[in-house]
Design a protein around this ligand. Sequence first.
Ligand code: PLP
Length: 377
Amino acid sequence: MKVPFIDLGRQHKAIKQELTKTFEKILDSNQFILGDIVKGFETEVASYIDVKYAIGVSNCTNALLLSLRALGVDAGDEVITTPFTFIATAEVIAVLGATPVFCDIDPRTFNIDPNKISACLSARTKAILPVHLYGQAADMDTITQIARVHNLKVVEDMAQAIGATYKEKKVGTFGDTACISFFPTKNLSALGDAGMILTNDEDLDKKIRAFRVHGASKKYYHDFLGYNDRLDALQAAFLSVKLKYLDEWHERRRYIAHKYDQGLRNVVTVPYIDSCNGSIYHQYTIRTPQRDELRTYLGDCGIGTAIHYPMPLHMQPALHFLGCKEGAFPEAEKAAREVLCLPIHQNLTEEEVDYTVSKIRKFFHKGGRDAVEENFS
Ligand SMILES: Cc1ncc(COP(=O)(O)O)c(C=O)c1O
């Protein structure tokens, strides 16, 4: 049996007719960038998350960049973030001339450790940029409380977490802004690059809308220098089709995660989801000191896996100029050595999940199928 880590083909086959019709509609409309279709999708996402404003942009990296710039992050400022994330999170801080200040992670959730944030504060701290990694919310009560006390801005990197909840509220409602990725592998995915910024602040909404069209509040009248960072109508229309299914797809991911939990909890460390969190399981990430051997074995069994992420950001050559040494963030470094993401998506079959579980159990000499079935009962 082959279990691909991700299978967009299956997702798109199930809704191919709708996507094809949508393509024809946009083709006939001759409206390819921004316009009513993008506006409509922005309204749908704002309502889904429960925020006032949603601004469609070309990807989440630029959503983060525009957010930080709109919030006034500039050369000389510091922004506290996690070293255990995709490079984009810290990259945008550095691109603005500001300094990413890393704060180690909580080894259970892989998110920024709320108890370590205060030690990262300085007179130059301007903002906190938490990531809701793998689809699970960071500790937003503590983060927003620290931000309030120290007069800091908060930008949520929810690239991986559309629909995830923290204390019953959706992520994206806690920060000054929040940034979504619709990269093709995300739970809600475009057929290309796409992103979005959320905010409840009218002034930020206006500013960011201007940033995405070269700083223009009116065509050919430029109040400041901005970017070309617009969302395509085609992507917005595809995303709008998929948004209707998103909650159903999340449910299926939760069901699969539950099955993995049942089958694997006595052989590896399964994901820890804080009781106040509703995860959307963008990734189902186990950890084991035998990660590399297990990955090779699963590959030989036809099971695709991924490592998000093999090298924490403070050890990336691109960020060596920050002067952080190996050992500076031990939890992030240990996680990078031990995490393994298993296949999880709404189109994964029961047989594929059972097969994956049985192979992992077999690797740890815990028995195959029979043991798994015993465990589920
Ligand atoms: C945590 C995180 N932040 C930012 C990004 C950047 O998103 P995009 O590829 O849409 O620019 C990603 C993409 O994977 C991500 O995982």
